[in-house]
Design a protein. Structure first.
Length: 457
């Protein structure tokens, strides 16, 4: 229990080889890697059953530890395994009680939502408007953010053909030999400051420096890096409307991260989103039609993610968990329904005219229903609306406003879209900015505390 709660467990909730762990011996004998709960839950439930009434104290603590894990996708997969074992307990009343506890833990949110772009942008607008102390406060926060990012080492295999950024005079980004930008907070923070530097302060060169440095930071959890790299690609565009080649490199990095998500279902979803973003949303865009489609036709096939038949997952590292054969072999809508865990009717709606059991040729792109993907599209369009001057300013503002309700399900994307809306509107009224400050909250950098287990007494 102590090990699982933070003194040796894999942060992605997956089993890994640890020299002094009994789990290592199982792996050495060829046991497949998987969720820790598959090993732990049967023992904990059996103990709870054998030693009533308080034998479940370890199981309850085990469930409570899950609420401290911020990787929601893995957390809930693990809880699903715990639930499967809980349902095998002989006491129905005990099961009902534990199921409520499991459900509450599964519904817990994540404290890793990034909500700094909006308050930073409000502060920057106040500085532009001449509010006393705002410019100094912004500079101080930026210095703090850069200093903290400077403690994250460089990505050892960075594919960026650029010189590394020196964050401050005499201090490079290789200040630390350990650690990474696990959740993408440093990258998002640098991007928020870069947007402000480029769009409000006119310091395009410094904005680009921050983005290049952020791109080269050592990566962390793959599932978090995928949308972070997408956001970086968008911000490179916001800060350099000439669409620099670096954008393609960053999009490649996003796909690489997607291929290395450990959980097969999560890997598929991230990969299909990357495919669709590259195929549909980084080409020529009609802002009017795209924004209105999100509002008026949310179940339209053109808003779907893209599964590629025969996806080779070429970027997947050898040390990653092997993807099941059924994932790699899936070539019909029925098979995709199984591996994506989506109703076949939804997939058929997205792919009219395709028979359920029709084998599709390798390379075929299949529209996959993915409601959460709309928030990514909203973020992408918000960046384009900042740089595409084809529509008049008023129309761009109205279109960007349409994206706000689309972004609401994802607080991190909502923060980004609102910040870009303010960068487009650039309000200068002091009273309005003060009201926005109260609504957005303070631009405070909040360190992420690691969860520590505490054995029940």
């Amino acid at each position: 229990m102590d090990w699982f709660g933070g003194k040796g467990g894999d942060p992605e909730m997956l089993q890994r080889i640890v020299n002094d762990s009994f789990l290592a011996r199982g792996l050495e004998m060829g046991a497949p890697a998987g969720y820790l709960a598959a090993h732990d839950a049967p023992v904990l439930v059996a103990f709870a059953s054998a030693y009533p009434p308080d034998g479940d104290r370890y199981l309850r603590q085990y469930v409570a530890i899950h609420s401290g894990y911020q990787y929601v996708q893995y957390r809930n997969r693990s809880l699903w395994i715990v639930l499967d074992n809980v349902l095998r307990h002989p006491d129905p009343n005990w099961i009902r009680d534990m199921v409520r506890e499991l459900a509450g833990t599964a519904l817990a949110g994540s404290s890793l939502e990034f909500r700094e772009a909006l308050p930073l942008t409000v502060l920057a607008l106040q500085a532009v408007a001449g509010k006393s102390g705002a410019r100094e406060a912004l500079a101080s926060i930026r210095d703090q953010a850069v200093n903290e990012a400077a403690q994250v080492p460089d990505e050892p295999n960075a594919s960026l053909n650029v010189n590394m950024l020196t964050w401050r005079a005499g201090i490079g980004t290789g200040a630390s030999e350990k650690g990474d930008d696990s959740w993408g907070a440093h990258r998002r923070r640098m991007a928020a400051h870069a947007q402000i530097l480029a769009r409000l302060e006119g310091n395009w060169e410094r904005a680009n420096e921050l983005l290049m440095g952020a791109a080269n930071l050592k990566s962390g959890f793959a599932g978090f890096q995928v949308p972070v790299y997408m956001m970086l690609a968008e911000t490179f565009l916001v800060c350099n409307p000439t669409r620099p080649p670096i954008i393609e490199t960053i999009l490649d990095m996003s796909l690489q991260a997607a291929h290395n998500v450990q959980d097969a279902s999560f890997c598929l979803r991230m990969t299909s989103r990357c495919n669709a973003m590259r195929q549909r949303w980084w080409g020529s865009l009609n802002l009017r039609d795209s924004a209105r489609a999100l509002v008026d036709k949310p179940r339209s096939p053109e808003l779907a993610a893209h599964h590629r038949i025969g996806e080779d997952f070429r970027h997947r590292e050898p040390v990653s968990l092997a993807l099941p054969d059924e994932v790699r072999r899936a070539d019909t809508l029925a098979a995709l329904s199984n591996i994506y865990h989506r109703p076949i009717a939804e997939i058929q709606h997205m792919n009219p005219g395709v028979d359920t059991n029709q084998s599709l040729a390798p390379g075929t792109l299949v529209n996959m229903p993915d409601p959460g993907f709309a928030t990514w599209i909203a973020a992408r369009l918000s960046a384009e609306m900042l740089v595409d001057s084809t529509p008049a300013d008023q129309e761009r503002t109205e279109l960007l406003q349409l994206l706000v309700p689309i972004a609401i399900p994802n607080p991190t994307v909502l923060d980004l879209v609102l910040a870009r809306l303010l960068l487009l509107i650039r309000p200068a009224d002091a009273a309005l900015l003060d009201a926005l400050e109260r609504a957005a909250g303070p631009p405070i950098i909040r360190p992420l505390a690691a969860f520590e287990a505490k054995l029940p007494s």
